[in-house]
Write a protein that binds this ligand. Structure first.
Ligand code: MN
Length: 133
């Protein structure tokens, strides 16, 4: 079980994403805008973030770039959720530092595959050294 932060402003999309992530056995944290998402990411250190790209105020690409610049959150994998599957969009998410990209509407197979790949990768190659005792 992993702790997964969902940053999504649309209530229906949030409901669906939360349901799917919980059904996969993960704990869900929610934020409805980028500012709260960034604060929660730093405070709660989720294992993974689902980031809606179109958010009120700061957009998801800017938020991802900030997460990746901050040593406290840089290692957290980010899956971008976008409204349209456009190549241009996909490139923008890569430039911002997103680790994967999913076009809405969410399909559980695609979501679970992306989550599992990134959690496995993070476990194999932790960017932050494990604390030694
Ligand atoms: Mn949105």
């Amino acid at each position: 079980m992993a702790k997964i932060l969902i940053i999504e402003d649309n209530p229906a999309n949030m409901k669906l994403a939360s349901l799917l992530v919980r059904s996969a056995g993960h704990e869900v944290l929610c934020a409805v805008d980028a500012e709260n998402g960034l604060t929660l990411a730093r405070a709660a250190q989720p294992s993974l973030i689902l980031m809606d790209i179109q958010l009120p105020g700061m957009d998801g690409l800017t938020a991802t770039a900030l997460l990746k610049q901050d040593a406290a959150t840089a290692a957290i994998p980010v899956i971008a959720l976008t409204a349209m599957a456009m190549k241009e969009d996909q490139e923008k998410t890569q430039i911002a530092g997103c680790d994967a990209y999913i076009a809405k509407p969410l399909r559980y197979q695609e979501l679970y595959a992306a989550i599992n790949v990134l959690l496995a990768k993070a476990a194999l190659h932790p960017l932050t050294p494990a604390r030694s005792f």
